[in-house]
Design a protein around this ligand. Structure first.
Ligand code: ASP
Length: 317
């Protein structure tokens, strides 16, 4: 089995990067824990870096111009959804019966409002649909939102043919013939702090390759895979979804900060150790605190991420 596909198997030692606080704006994004799928290994590392870089630029352009953290995380995630290399939107992982079912969530730390979709099949950009649920419905989470709703809200729709790529069809075939490890993750997400000091988080995913139809992971579950609260932090996760839900990972980090007075890096470290590593689960996250300090961490062997440290763009692939 190629090394990249072994990648998610068992948790490894924690890798954690913490940047200096930034008084202005800050952005961090991830392109999933778990590495490239075998079928994409031939894609050069530069393609992944270009994808992350373009998404980072989309978000940072908004923040630089004084835009909101909410707009920035949605713009960055939308770019990654449109890029077939990542497990979200086009090019997302396939369910056991070869279909695409997408999950996404967004949370605005200022207003405390959030929107999410699970088993989304018709919106070209699930993150837009999640945001529209937040802004135009009375609800927070919609499951299997209809094509009609996507049209009513005047969002771009797409068919299964659009979402399904050859690389994912081949990956599923290899999983079915046991040539690849069964559950694989990917997922994309972003967190930001804007100039006004507000934070936001957004996450979007196709879930785990070969997952049962109807399975919903942590990404659209507020507090598990996605969370933001002004004065504390914004967090977007990737990894073994069930473990992130059981450990309420994103909120556990915020709660450590809120009730124990922990700093972001310490909170992230403790949560990953107790809720993931100790439970033999792997994954990672990007996070930003109220001061614009970014913490990127994972106990999976790899994680794609982009963030700035000391004015330098770091692309982790
Ligand atoms: N956490 C996602 C899920 O369980 C998968 C991933 O991050 O790769 O659906």
């Amino acid at each position: 089995m190629p090394r990249d596909e072994e990648a998610i198997a068992a948790p490894r030692s924690l890798q954690l990067v913490e940047t200096e606080p930034r008084n202005g704006y800050a952005l961090a994004l991830h392109g999933g824990a778990g590495g490239r799928i075998h079928e994409l290994v031939s894609e050069s590392r530069t393609s992944f870096e270009d994808g992350l870089g373009a998404a980072y630029e989309a978000g940072t352009t908004i923040l630089r111009a004084g835009g909101t953290a909410l707009d920035a995380v949605c713009a960055a995630v939308e770019q990654l959804e449109n890029n077939p290399l990542f497990n979200a939107g086009r090019g997302a992982a396939l369910t056991a019966d070869g279909r695409v079912e997408l999950d996404a969530a967004v949370m605005d730390g200022g207003s405390g409002s959030a929107g999410a979709v699970a088993v989304s099949r018709f919106a070209k950009n699930p993150i837009r649909l999640a945001r529209t649920v937040m802004e135009r419905s009375r609800h927070l989470l919609l499951v299997d939102p209809s094509e009609e709703l996507v049209r009513t809200w005047e969002l771009d729709s797409a068919t299964q043919e659009y979402f399904i790529t050859d690389a994912r069809v081949k990956q599923l075939a290899r999983i079915k013939t046991r040539q690849a490890a069964a559950p694989r993750h990917g997922t994309v997400g972003a967190v930001a702090r804007d100039r006004a000091g507000s934070v936001a988080a957004a996450t979007s995913t196709g879930g785990m390759a070969d997952q049962q139809e109807g399975r919903v992971g942590d990404s659209p579950v507020i507090g598990a895979g996605t969370y933001a609260r002004n004065g504390l932090a914004a967090i977007s996760c990737t990894g073994d979804g069930e473990a992130f839900i059981r450990g309420v990972v994103a909120y556990d980090i915020a709660a450590r900060m809120r009730y124990l007075g922990a700093g972001l890096a310490d909170a992230v470290r403790s949560t990953i150790e107790t809720e993931l590593t100790a439970k033999n689960a792997s994954g990672g996250l990007v996070s930003v605190d109220a001061d614009g300090r970014v913490v990127v961490a994972h106990n999976s062997p790899t994680m794609f991420a982009a963030f700035e440290d000391d004015g330098r763009l770091i692309l982790m692939t």
